[in-house]
Design a protein around this ligand. Structure first.
Ligand code: AMP
Ligand code: MG
Length: 313
């Protein structure tokens, strides 16, 4: 299949209305979208990404009213978070409406809902006229795409269209917050931090995988965000560097690396890390050393992604 490249949100929206798949920019990472009510179009997303069927998709809305099409109930706690944050890099997990196909939610009775904070995404979603389910627009397991070129690298010829926008601002996926019970649970950390959520609802807690038998968010168990190169986390510089090594972190290393990215801030580190992983793979880097950061604010989300990228199984 030929992948159409366009900068026009209306042209991309028409492809969604015709049952196709479109990659589009958001403030977090690029998403691969399809009409939420079209099970055939949703199947194309899983096929293009080679995504395991038990990994649910996030439904993106262009207006707050559209949330009612997706959720059987907007819980009072969810309402508070919507008012405080939407549009935002925050996904709320709610009981799903009957009309939403189970393929969208990987058979879960709940659905993740998000309104992105990005002009082009909102124009595109409004033009679609319906919510659009979209996981990250990468091949499953690879680092999430933060540029349209990264989407092209993974999915050219496998999807109908790429809506070409700017590189994404945040660079890490949205915070996922379960709002189906009394205590809101952060299932995945992101740019909306635990501290910010607790200001709205002090009961909010981090979900720990070990606490319960089956993970609440099935996607959490899959290998994620991985370049071909081995990823190693470091907190000091006292080690022997093998050939074909790269470094990313906040402090300039004294050692010689083949590729170095020194980031201005934790935000810049989060923004740059996935694109850096992809660059390392293109340059045939074998080992990527990632400097650890304090697990606070967006540092928590960054460390979560770095730890997953460094897992070997
Ligand atoms: P991606 O956009 O590729 O990061 O994938 C979406 C992720 O959102 C999934 O891997 C899950 O971790 C999470 N998610 C989406 N829907 C739900 C849901 N109904 N319940 C729990 N987690 C969800
Ligand atoms: Mg993903």
């Amino acid at each position: 299949m030929k992948t159409i490249l366009t900068t026009l949100p209306e042209e991309a929206a028409q492809i969604i209305k015709n049952g196709g798949t479109v990659a589009f920019p958001t403030e977090t990472v690029y998403g691969l979208g399809a009409n939420v009510f079209d099970a055939k179009a949703i199947a194309k997303i899983f096929q293009a990404k080679q995504r395991p069927n038990d990994n649910p998709l996030i439904a993106h809305v262009g207006s707050l009213e559209q949330i009612k099409l997706l959720a059987a109930e907007i819980t009072p706690i969810a309402q508070k978070f919507i008012e405080a944050f939407f549009p935002a890099p925050l996904t709320l997990v709610l009981p799903k409406a009957k009309k939403v196909p189970l393929t969208a939610t990987a058979n879960l009775p709940t659905i993740g809902v998000r309104m992105p904070e990005n002009d082009l995404a909102l124009k595109f979603l409004k033009s679609c006229g319906m919510p659009v389910v979209a996981p990250s627009a990468n091949l499953s397991g690879k680092p999430s795409p933060t540029t349209w070129q990264a989407v092209f690298e993974d999915l050219s010829g496998r999807i109908d269209c790429i809506l070409q926008g700017e590189p994404t601002e945040i660079g890490l996926e949205s915070t996922v917050l379960d709002c189906t019970s009394e205590i809101p649970l952060v299932l995945r950390s992101g740019a909306i931090t635990l501290e910010q959520l607790q200001k709205v609802e002090p009961k909010t807690r981090l979900y720990k995988l070990s606490e319960m038998e089956t993970p609440k968010s099935p996607g959490l168990k899959h290998r994620h965000y991985s370049p071909r190169a081995e990823v190693i986390l470091i907190s000091n510089f006292k080690f022997q560097i093998p050939d074909s090594s790269a470094f990313i972190g906040l402090n300039e290393p004294r050692e010689k690396f083949d590729l170095i990215k020194v980031c201005k801030s934790i935000e810049d580190y989060a923004h740059s890390v996935f694109a850096f992983f992809r660059e390392c793979d293109r340059e045939n880097i074998k080992t990527i050393y990632c400097e650890t950061v304090e697990e606070k604010g967006i540092g928590l989300a960054l460390m979560d992604r770095l730890k997953r990228a460094s897992q070997t199984s």
